[in-house]
Design a protein around this ligand. Structure first.
Ligand SMILES: C[S@@+](CC[C@H](N)C(=O)[O-])C[C@H]1O[C@@H](n2cnc3c(N)ncnc32)[C@H](O)[C@@H]1O
Length: 266
């Protein structure tokens, strides 16, 4: 949305939407908006895949703060289904973990899902793009106040020490001043990377200590310029990751491509 009038009108609508108090009413309004303009409101209609009030409310609030971000992509049916798939398969495995590292985390929608669908205590998200910091923290705003149990940090995932991580993270205070905080001796017991297509994950996996539980996603959507490391099929992905044990491996057939997921230990 580039036109200023369009954005203003859209923002007004979003402010009204995010103040509604139940999912049913929010979805009814979204249905009307979608009927009114299928192109403009297509991505909002995908929120109907999410049967959780806090998740929908947080996403709407974040969009209203940052309307120019790429919500069409982040809230596409394929992106949402891929993350719901991860939550479903993780739930089935019944693993125990306290601290999750959510890597190349983009707008942090997965952290919001981990919080609300699985009630995970701590999720630390890392992305190298400084532009996503505020969007990402806004997405899990209700958890952020909770002693940094949920927090995004701008960092290249190749610079993380996965055995014992000491690092600084920043947060914008209510008075607008950016404050720096030190975090010491962190060691995640679950590491998630849903952006394998965006990086040299074979090299990155060598940084992970033995016996860590990892969840990895990749896809065969070769036609995007920033997808530099796609795979043709699940078997190719499994071979390239070379994990010592696999708890789950699968393919999700989406509208325009397939997504592959492996859950296992390094
Ligand atoms: C388009 S997004 C996410 C796509 C993914 N399928 C998903 O839904 O989570 C890819 C993200 O990876 C991040 N990224 C790529 N390489 C990275 C790296 N080496 N360290 C940290 N973040 C990285 C980018 O900044 C971007 O936010």
């Amino acid at each position: 949305m580039d036109n200023t009038n369009d954005i203003d009108n859209f923002l007004l609508l979003l402010k009204k939407l995010k103040n509604l108090n139940d999912l049913e009413t929010i979805f009814t309004v979204i249905d009307f908006l979608y009927l009114y303009d299928k192109n403009k409101f297509k991505f909002l209609s995908k929120l109907k895949l999410l049967n959780n009030f806090i998740i929908v409310k947080n996403i709407l609030t974040t969009i209203s703060f940052y309307p120019k971000e790429n919500w069409e992509d982040a809230l596409s049916q394929s992106q949402i289904k891929s993350k719901l798939w991860l939550i479903d398969e993780l739930k089935k495995l019944n693993l125990k973990f306290d601290l999750v590292y959510n890597l190349a985390s983009w707008y942090n929608i997965l952290a919001l899902f981990l919080s609300e669908y699985l009630n995970v205590k701590k999720v630390k998200s890392f992305d190298k793009d400084p532009n996503v910091l505020n969007v990402s923290d806004r997405m899990i705003h209700h958890r952020l106040i909770d002693n940094f149990n949920y927090k995004t940090t701008i960092m290249d995932i190749f610079d993380i020490n996965y055995s014992c991580h000491n690092y600084k993270t920043t947060r914008c205070q209510l008075d607008g001043i950016i404050k720096e905080f030190e975090i010491t001796n962190e060691s995640p017991d679950l590491i998630i990377n849903c952006s394998c297509e965006h990086l040299n994950y074979e090299k990155w996996l060598q940084l992970i200590p033995k016996d860590k539980i990892v969840i990895l996603q990749n896809n065969n959507a070769f036609n995007f310029s920033d997808h530099i490391n796609c795979v043709n099929n699940l078997q190719e992905f499994v071979t390239k990751c070379d994990l010592s044990e696999i708890y789950y491996q699968g393919t999700l057939h989406l509208q325009n491509y397939d997504r592959f997921m492996i859950i296992g230990t390094t």
